[in-house]
Design a protein around this ligand. Structure first.
Ligand code: CA2
Length: 144
C-alpha cells in the first residue's frame, strides 16, 4: 500500500486555534482525518507530521526516500527561506505537491517567492485546508 507523507512546517500546530480569518477553523487533526479517508478509499495511506524545526522536517524528507511514494508539503514560513528543505526535496524521487492554505500571492511580497516551488510538481494556494485534499488527489493520480 503506497504511503503519502503530508508535512507541515512552523506554527501550523496552531491551525484552527488562532487567526481563523486567514487559516480557517479546521485543525491539522481534521486535515489528517479527511486525507486518511481519501487515501484509504484509493488503497493508499497517509502519514501527517508537523514540526517547528527545519532539521526535523529535513530528517522526515530523508526518511521518506525509503517509505513514501509522494510528499505533500506546507513548509509554512520555511517556504520563503529554506534552501535546505529545497535540497532535501531534490533528493526525494517521487512527486512533491506544495500546499498553502492562504493565497500567498495576495499577501506580503516576501511570501511570493518559494524555494520549494522550484522542486514541486504542483502548487496549490488559497484553497484553505481543502488544498491538502486537492494535493492528495493529484499525488494519487501521479503515482498511478
Ligand atoms: O498559507 C499557508 O499555508 C502558509 O504556508 C502559512 C504560513 C505562512 O508563513 C506562509 O507564508 C503561508 C504560516 C503558518 C502559520 O500557521 C498558523 C495557523 C494558525 C494560527 C497561526 C499560525
Amino acid at each position: 500500500m503506497p504511503e503519502i507523507l503530508i508535512l507541515n512546517g512552523p506554527n501550523l500546530n496552531l491551525l484552527g486555534k488562532r487567526q481563523p480569518e486567514i487559516y480557517g477553523r479546521e485543525t491539522l487533526a481534521d486535515v489528517e482525518a479527511a486525507c486518511a479517508a481519501i487515501a484509504g478509499a484509493a488503497g493508499a495511506s497517509i502519514t501527517l507530521r508537523q514540526s517547528n524545526s527545519e532539521a526535523q522536517l529535513i530528517d522526515w524528507i530523508h526518511q521518506a526516500r525509503e517509505t513514501a511514494a509522494g510528499i505533500i508539503i506546507n513548509p509554512a514560513a520555511f517556504t520563503h527561506t529554506s534552501v535546505a528543505i529545497y535540497d532535501a526535496l531534490n533528493a526525494f524521487e517521487g512527486p512533491v505537491i506544495e500546499v498553502h492554505i492562504s493565497n500567498v500571492h495576495k499577501r506580503e511580497s516576501f511570501r511570493h517567492h518559494s524555494y520549494v516551488s522550484l522542486r514541486a510538481e504542483g502548487v496549490i494556494a488559497g484553497c484553505g485546508v481543502q488544498g491538502y485534499e486537492l494535493a492528495l488527489a493529484r499525488v494519487l493520480r501521479l503515482i498511478g
